[in-house]
Ligand binder design. Structure first.
Ligand code: COI
Length: 357
């Protein structure tokens, strides 16, 4: 046990109705904070009422974007157990992102305990309705007031919680994705495999452009040749071609998704051939032309499993599985969410219960 002080709110907020939940717009009663100072390390782990921060306008986060974040969820089971899905994976990735962004490591045990303690305190905020959950957003920001470009000497690690519904307006129906031909997201050696704000800030222009045309997100191509498939806006991507499943390998420029890793494991459990390797866009389009592109889906914590019903590239639409959710996408979705919500057995010890009663 670590020392996390808790100051409870005197004014519990009104909770949104489960039916009205969207993604990421409402926040719970409490938040976690812990500070860092060079020479002292991390100190003052505390949970306080959810509130705005007072920040120095010169804090380095505002100027140079030295920050990382994570995303995971807490789920309510039928018997009102609150449980997390592979939280230690998120904490490990947080530290890999920290290393890339010159942010000091956070003690993984403290981070996990902070997540569990905060979720436990706000457990009434975990919604009940199918498909809803409590999204957990740990993040670190550079707080030193300094305009020189160098790593900050002070940081704050925070966790906030948001009760959420589906990430996409389409819910779990297939989404339409446009292949991005002008902008790139990341290159090997850049920050693409770190979960850092700049990757998302740099992607917004492409996202805005395709949203105007009715596409949910963009499919990023590699930054060198614009030939290889990397990932979708907030998801990793899988294709089922001629009975086999392929997904881009972790090349150094794509996000190592926890859901991606879990999907690969499930496919292997089922004896389905899954290949992690470079994938040419042309390979997918040729498979489509030959009638061999059976399914495509994205995976992510926020997006869960999101079938892709259409790819748009060079003014041409490529409809996949007649805009329907394919059998494999459904099986992956049902199994993953079944494990997360405790309706099916967790074969890999992925679930961590929060203060079981
Ligand atoms: C997640 O899936 O948790 C993500 O971090 C994607 C996010 C940018 C909404």
């Amino acid at each position: 046990m670590h020392n996390i002080s808790i100051t409870q709110t005197k004014n519990n907020k009104q909770k949104p109705k489960d039916e009205a939940l969207v993604f990421g717009r409402q926040f719970t009663d409490h938040m976690f904070l812990m500070d860092y100072k060079e020479g002292e390390g991390w100190y003052d782990a505390r949970i306080v009422p959810y509130q705005p921060l007072e920040m120095d306008p010169a804090a380095m986060i505002f100027h140079y974007g030295q920050t990382v974040f994570e995303g995971l969820k807490a789920y309510r089971t039928k018997d009102d157990t609150i449980q997390l899905f592979r939280p230690e994976e998120n904490v490990k990735r947080l530290n890999r992102s920290n290393a890339r962004m010159c942010i000091p490591e956070v003690d993984e045990d403290i981070a996990l305990e902070a997540i569990k303690t905060l979720v436990d305190l706000d457990r009434d905020w975990v919604p009940h309705k199918e498909g809803t959950s409590l999204y957990i957003r740990p993040f670190v920001i550079a707080t030193e007031p300094y305009l020189g470009v160098s790593a900050s000497k002070t940081y704050t690690f925070m966790i906030i919680l948001s009760p959420v519904g589906a990430y996409y307006d389409a819910g779990i129906d297939p989404v339409k994705i446009a292949v991005e031909n002008d902008y790139i997201r990341a290159v090997k050696g850049g920050t693409g495999e770190a979960k850092t704000a700049g990757n998302y800030a740099g992607s917004m222009i492409a996202q805005e452009n395709v949203a105007k045309k009715g596409y949910a997100q963009v499919l990023w191509l590699d930054g060198h040749e614009k030939k290889y498939i990397e990932e979708v806006g907030s998801m990793n991507v899988f294709f089922k071609i001629d009975g086999k499943v392929i997904t881009p390998h972790l090349s150094g420029s794509i996000l190592p998704g926890v859901t991606r890793k879990s999907v690969i494991q499930l496919l292997m459990d089922w004896g389905i051939e899954v290949q992690e390797r470079p994938i040419l866009l042309s390979e997918v389009l040729t498979a489509h032309a030959n009638g061999l592109l059976e399914e495509a889906f994205g995976s992510g914590t926020a997006a869960v499993i999101s079938p892709i019903g259409e790819l748009f590239y060079n003014e041409t639409s490529y409809v996949i599985n007649n805009h329907q959710t394919g059998a494999l996408s459904k099986r992956v979705y049902d199994t993953l969410t079944g494990i997360q919500y405790g309706t099916i057995v967790d074969p890999h010890d992925w679930i961590v219960k929060v203060n079981p009663k």
